[in-house]
Design a protein around this ligand. Structure first.
Ligand SMILES: Nc1ncnc2c1ncn2[C@@H]1O[C@H](COP(=O)(O)OS(=O)(=O)O)[C@@H](OP(=O)(O)O)[C@H]1O
Length: 352
C-alpha cells in the first residue's frame, strides 16, 4: 500500500514537471502568443481605433513625443525578447518612418490647431515641433528626417507640419522626390487677416517695427501700390504658391482646410481631413468645446490629456486695429487671386 502511494506521488510530480516544461516552452514561442489571443487582442485594439484602449496598450505603449526615452528603452527590451521578430513581422513594434502626410501651410492659417486636432486620432502620430526638413535641413538627409519623426506602428500615419513649405520654391520638387504619393494638407485663411496675424506675431517680438500700413504699401503710403515683396503680403497670394505644387502633385493629393471653419466648426473640418487621410472618422464634436474666455475651440479632457486643453497664448492673439480703408484696399488687391484660387481648388472659401 505504501509502495503504491509512493508511485502515485511520483506520477503526479512527473506530470506536474511535464506541464511546467510545456508552459515554459510555449510561453517563449509565437504559438503561445497566438493561442492566448494576445495577437488578436492587439489587432482588435488597432482595428477598433479606440483612443482609450490604444493608450493603455501594454506591450507597445509609449508616452510623449519624438525622441522619447521610454520608447527607446521599450524597444531595446523588446529587441532582446524572443517575441521581437514576431512583433516586428506583424507591424506591432513602433519604428520611426518618413512622413506620408505633410501639413505644408499656410503660416498663421491655423496649422497648430489642425495638427493638435488630427493627432488625437490613434492612427496619426505627428512630430510636435516644426521640422523644416525640406527648406532648412534638407542637406542633413532622410535619416536625419526620420529621426525627427515619432515612432509609429504599421498602418499609422506619420506626419509633420512646417507652414513655410507651402511658399518655399524648392520644396514641392523635394517632397515629390521623397514620396510622390505624399498627402498634403493646407489650411488657408482670408489673406488679409492672415497678413495682419503675421504682422502681429512679428511686432510682438520687435515693438519698434513700423505700422502695418507702412509696410503693406510701397512708399509707406496706403495710396501707394500694395508691396507684394513684403512677406506677409506675398504669402497670401495662395494661387501663386499652389501653382508650383500642382507642377508635381495632382489636386486630389492636396486637401484644403478653411481656417475660418476650423474655428467655427472644427469637427466638420477634421472629419473631412480624416476622410482625406483614409482614416476612420473618430474625432468628432465630442472632442471639442468652445472656450469663451479664449474665444476659440479647445480640446476636452481625454485619455491622452489630463485636463481640458486650449492652444497657447501665441495662438488667438488680439490684432492691432487697422484702418478700414487699408483693409478694403488689401481686399481689392487679393480678390482676383482669391477668385482664381477658388476656381483651381474648386472651393469657395467666402473671403470678403
Ligand atoms: N482652436 C484654436 N485656438 C487658437 N487659435 C486658433 C484655433 N483655431 C485656429 N486658430 C488660429 O490659428 C492662428 C495661428 O495659426 P498657426 O498655428 O498656423 O500659426 S503658425 O504659423 O504656426 O505660427 C491663430 O491666429 P491669431 O488669431 O492671429 O493668433 C488663430 O486665429
Amino acid at each position: 500500500m505504501f509502495h503504491q502511494l509512493k508511485l502515485f506521488v511520483l506520477c503526479v510530480a512527473f506530470c506536474a514537471f511535464i506541464v511546467c516544461l510545456s508552459v515554459i516552452f510555449l510561453s517563449n514561442s509565437d504559438a503561445f502568443f497566438v493561442k492566448n489571443g494576445i495577437r488578436q487582442h492587439l489587432e482588435q485594439i488597432y482595428k477598433h481605433h479606440d483612443l482609450k484602449e490604444s493608450y493603455s496598450l501594454p506591450l507597445i505603449r509609449w508616452r510623449g513625443g519624438p525622441g522619447n526615452k521610454v520608447v527607446e528603452s521599450g524597444r531595446s527590451f523588446l529587441d532582446q525578447s524572443p517575441k521581437y521578430p514576431f512583433l516586428r513581422q506583424q507591424g506591432l513594434l513602433p519604428a520611426r518612418k518618413l512622413p506620408n502626410a505633410l501639413l505644408i501651410g499656410v503660416k498663421k492659417g491655423g496649422t497648430r490647431a489642425l495638427l493638435e486636432f488630427i493627432r488625437l486620432h490613434p492612427d496619426v502620430r505627428a512630430a510636435g515641433s516644426e521640422v523644416h526638413f525640406f527648406d532648412r535641413h534638407y542637406a542633413k538627409g532622410y535619416d536625419w528626417y526620420r529621426q525627427n519623426m515619432p515612432p509609429t506602428l504599421e498602418g499609422q500615419i506619420t506626419m509633420e507640419k512646417t507652414p513655410s513649405y507651402f511658399v518655399m520654391r524648392e520644396v514641392p520638387q523635394r517632397v515629390y522626390q521623397m514620396n510622390p504619393a505624399m498627402k498634403l494638407l493646407v489650411v488657408v485663411r482670408d489673406p488679409v487677416t492672415r497678413a495682419i496675424s503675421d504682422y502681429t506675431q512679428v511686432v510682438s517680438k520687435n515693438v519698434s517695427l513700423p505700422k502695418f500700413e507702412d509696410l503693406a504699401f510701397r512708399n509707406g503710403s496706403q495710396f501707394g501700390l500694395v508691396d507684394t515683396t513684403w512677406i506677409p503680403i506675398k504669402i497670401g497670394v495662395y494661387i501663386r504658391h499652389l501653382e508650383r505644387w500642382l507642377k508635381y502633385f495632382p489636386l486630389k493629393q492636396i486637401h484644403f482646410v478653411s481656417g475660418e471653419r476650423l474655428i467655427v466648426d472644427p469637427a466638420a473640418e477634421i472629419s473631412n481631413v480624416q476622410e482625406f487621410l483614409g482614416l476612420k472618422v473618430i474625432i468628432s464634436e465630442k472632442h471639442f468645446y468652445f472656450n469663451t474666455t479664449k474665444g476659440f475651440p479647445c480640446l476636452k479632457k481625454s485619455e491622452g490629456q489630463s485636463s481640458h486643453h486650449c492652444l497657447g497664448k501665441t495662438k488667438g492673439r488680439s490684432h492691432p486695429l487697422i484702418d478700414n480703408e487699408v483693409i478694403e484696399r488689401l481686399r481689392e488687391f487679393y480678390r482676383p487671386f482669391n477668385a482664381r484660387f477658388y476656381q483651381v481648388t474648386g472651393v469657395n472659401f467666402g473671403w470678403p
